[in-house]
Every structure is written in structure tokens, then in C-alpha cells.
Design a protein around this ligand. Sequence first.
Ligand code: FES
Length: 105
Amino acid sequence: MKFNRHIFICTNHREAGTRPSCGHDNGLELVTAFKKAIKDRGLNTDIRAQKAGCLDACEWGPSLVVYPEGVFYKHVTLADVDEIVEEHIINNRPVVRLVNTFEKL
Ligand code: FES
């Protein structure tokens, strides 16, 4: 199936004591929440949310990226899911306060 947008949500798990990893911080729960938010709005034939491996944005996790525009989000929580779907996916307005500009931490 061809989708107009993909939301790739990092669920990568690393051993403790190494680089941080999104899978320790609701990665899989975020995938489930995005899938539900998309389906609840009848968008699941047009938009695909799925788990992804490391997006190399580990220090800003939980991280996700929306394609084709390539907008990265940082520190995403379950409480942010509806806002991202409503504002970015439906209204084409990325949620600026959560957009990852990869500034040094
Ligand atoms: S572990 Fe999530 S971006 Fe690297």
C-alpha cells in the first residue's frame, strides 16, 4: 500500500550505561498510541505509523520522524500524540515546541 506519510517511532533498546535509547521510555507505547490516533480519525489508509530502529537522535528521545518532510520530534510523550496528529498530520503545521533542531544539549 502506498502511504502519503510515514511516522517512524524509535523503539530501540540499549543496555543501561551506554547511549540513551528511546525504547526505555515509552517507545512501543508511542507506536500503539500513534496507530490508534490515526485509526480513530480514519486516516490509516493514508498515514502509516510504525516502529523504527535507532534514528540517531538518542539524546533527544523518545524520538520520531515524519516523512516525506523529514521533521524530527524530540522528547515525545504519550500526551503529545494527539497534538502531533491533529496539528502536523492533519493541519500540516509541525508542533514547533517538539521539533528537534539537533541543537547541542
Ligand atoms: S535510540 Fe532512539 S534515536 Fe537512537
